[in-house]
Design a protein. Structure first.
Length: 102
């Protein structure tokens, strides 16, 4: 799994493995509490499950990186990166990313 970093970096910055899925808010509350603002009364009810990730690699930030947004667009990325993407639906882009992660 690649983690895309938004502006100002605009590139894939991390490679992770998914270690657990379908975690509830109660499962992760202690780990995320330090990142929750007290404004607004704390975390709201979440309808979507959480997942746990393990970082495998950190990608060097470089505007000329083959994993930068412009290169990803040139190799088949469409739309905005504002949420998860299932790259199995875009085999050319998935192959390009895999080749450039090695």
């Amino acid at each position: 799994m690649g983690i895309y970093l938004a502006a100002p970096y605009q590139q894939i910055g991390f490679v992770c493995d998914v270690t657990q899925t379908n975690l509830s808010l109660d499962d992760v509350r202690d780990n995320i509490q330090p990142f929750i603002s007290n404004k607004g009364g704390g975390p709201k009810k979440h309808s979507k499950p959480f997942m746990q990730l393990k970082k495998i690699a950190t990608i060097e930030i470089d505007k000329a990186s083959p994993l930068a947004l412009q290169c990803l667009k040139q190799h088949g990325l469409t739309g905005m990166l504002m949420g998860p993407r299932k790259l199995e639906n875009n085999p050319a882009l998935l192959d390009y990313i895999k080749r450039n992660l090695s």
